[in-house]
Structures are given as structure tokens and as C-alpha cells.
Design a protein around this ligand. Sequence first.
Ligand SMILES: Cc1cc2nc3c(=O)[nH]c(=O)nc-3n(C[C@H](O)[C@H](O)[C@H](O)COP(=O)(O)OP(=O)(O)OC[C@H]3O[C@@H](n4cnc5c(N)ncnc54)[C@H](O)[C@@H]3O)c2cc1C
Length: 350
Amino acid sequence: MLEISKYRNIEISKQCSMYKEVLDYSLLAHNTFGIDAKCSRFLEYASVEDAQEIAKHLASPYLLIGSGSNLLLTVDFPGTVVHSALRGIECVSDTLVRCGSGEVWDDVVAWCIDNGLYGAENLSLIPGEVGASAVQNIGAYGAEVKDLIKSVEAVEIGTGKLCVFSREECQYGYRDSRFKHEWKNRYLITHVTYQLTTDDSERRLDYGNIRSELERRGITQPTAKQLRQVVIDIREAKLPDPKVMGNAGSFFMNPVVERSKYEQLLAEYPEMPHYYIDADHEKIPAGWMIDQCGWKGRSLGPAGVHDRQALVLVNRGGATGADIVALCRQIQHDVREKFGIEIHPEVNII
Ligand SMILES: Cc1cc2nc3c(=O)[nH]c(=O)nc-3n(C[C@H](O)[C@H](O)[C@H](O)COP(=O)(O)OP(=O)(O)OC[C@H]3O[C@@H](n4cnc5c(N)ncnc54)[C@H](O)[C@@H]3O)c2cc1C
């Protein structure tokens, strides 16, 4: 249970804002690696007015977090951690759904399907909250959330100004957005509005083993609910549950290499998986390289590589952030030695 050391009551014109503030706070419940690091101060907003008040007074160093499922804490954070507890899922038109940034993303997917709104099924069970979905451009099984995002509402840090950004303004790319670059640490996201559809006929089934799993179940025309269940079952079979074994999903990004480098490697490893990017570049799965280096299922102290998915580093129990980083460095070293390729973490390391 949280020990709430202090509440702030601040008058904003005629409204009353009350955000939560806790000092010397453990972030154990706020990161999926299961690292027990602390922050000096934890602030949580549950309304736009709270967010504005926090934004106006927020001083560096600060860290914005969702549920910490893309985060590795290696030290106690000597500053303020800000989290959204802003809830609510509402239909603002027939197919537009506006959600508070603190809602759990997968609850939004389930809510949409229950309410006859489709398009998010392939993104079922991705951990994390609504705010981060718009920062990370989460994606899976041939779908990316950018294709659903209509607008992102945020409060500017420093001024408390309310802003609404269109999908185009957010400059989405693969697991990427403007919030990760030019806008990093500039906004507290308060709401995201998603554009769904009532058309139940279009399903993206040709990714991963969705179709073969449906066939195995004797389903040819899946309902949205059936598709969601298949995605959930495949994910649960493939990825470790952070509640059981701490992890942050894919730890490394898949490197994109020059075509000449790719051709040189392909001559040596004809079975190497690869994905065409453009005439000059090819993407090589980092998980395959890590596996080739013999790391799949292996451990370095209490940190390890998952035995079914070499891209996922896990906390086998009691690992510190430094243990995970030591494993990360060793894997980077081995991949560099064997393939001459630098792989970089996708996870935010603090
Ligand atoms: C088991 C597992 C499987 C995963 N599978 C996938 C997958 O299939 N596809 C995929 O894309 N990702 C996947 N991930 C990664 C993760 O789920 C996503 O990156 C997710 O969006 C992180 O959400 P979060 O709320 O935990 O955000 P955090 O990790 O806490 O934060 C992510 C980023 O968002 C920012 N942020 C969060 N909330 C706000 C806010 N309110 N305002 C401003 N900035 C904010 C943070 O500053 C940070 O930069 C997986 C992770 C795990 C543990």
C-alpha cells in the first residue's frame, strides 16, 4: 500500500486541484522489471487541472512514467517521478474513443470490442498505459497504434498550457514519435483519442502465427473477440508474464544495416532472417543474433535471457538494474564480436 505523506490543495481560479505527492517513494510497483529503486518525490495527477498545476511547478530532474513496462531503473532517481492516474474511456462520437492517459491500454482494447468498435484487436495485451501508447507508437501483429490515434491532449511543462496534437504532428515512426525526440520531457499527456471502426469485416490475420492458430481452432472468420483471444494466447505462450518474471518485453532494437554488410553476413549465414527496408538497407532481428551467440535461456547472475524469446531479458529473481545492464553489455559485446553489428537497447535505462 502507498503511504501518502502529503496532499497538495491548490486553488486554480474556481476549481480545486488535488494531486498526490509522496516523498522517498519505492517504484517497485511502477516497473515491470521488478526493480526496487526509489525516487525522491512521486507526483500523480488524476485530472487535467492537477496536470496543469504539476506542469507549472515541475523542476528538473524529473521522469515521466506510465506503468514502467519499457523502463529499466539502475539507480534511485534523485528527482520527481510523475505519473498519470487520469482515468476514463468515453465515446465522443460513433467511432471516436477518448481515454485518460492513466487507463491501462489493454482495458481500452477490451472496452472497444465490448462496445462494437474494432481495429485494436491485434494490439491486445501489450502492457502499459494510454499515455505511453501515444509516445511509443506501440505495435504488434501488423498493427500500430498510430493508425488509430486521432489526437493527443497534453499539458506543456513549464507553462501548464493545454495542447491538442493531431496524429501528423506527433510524427509517428516505428516505435517512435516526436515525444521521444524534440518533445521529450516537454508534455504531460492527459488524453488520447482513438479512431475505431464499426466495420467488423476487416481483420489482419496474416501476421505471426495468427492464421495457423485460428485454423488449429477451426475458425475461418473470427469475430473481434476471437481474434483478441488468439492474440492473447499467442502472446502468453511466447512472452514471460512480468508478474511472474520481471521483464520489459523486447530489450533491444532490431538493427538496420547497410546492404553491403547484410550481403557479407548472408554469405556466412545463409539461414539469417532479414527484412527489406530500402535499396540500401536491411533489418536483421537482434533476437536471432543473440540466439546465435548462445545466449537464449542463459543467465549472468540473477539476470537472464528468456528461453523462448532471445530478445527479452528477464529478472530471474532479485536482480538489480545493474545486473540487467551487465547482461546487456555482455550481449552487446558478443554480438559485436560475432557479427560486427552494434545493437542498442529499446528500453529506457535510467
Ligand atoms: C511483456 C512485455 C511485452 C511487450 N510487448 C510489446 C509489444 O508487443 N509492442 C510494443 O510496442 N511494446 C511492447 N512492450 C513495451 C511496452 O509495453 C510499451 O512500450 C508500452 O507503451 C509502455 O507503456 P508504459 O505505460 O509502461 O510506459 P513507460 O514504460 O512507463 O513509459 C514509456 C514512455 O512513455 C512516456 N510516458 C508515459 N506516460 C506518459 C504521460 N502520461 N505523459 C508523457 N509521457 C509519458 C515515458 O516518459 C516513456 O518515455 C512490451 C513490454 C512487456 C513488459
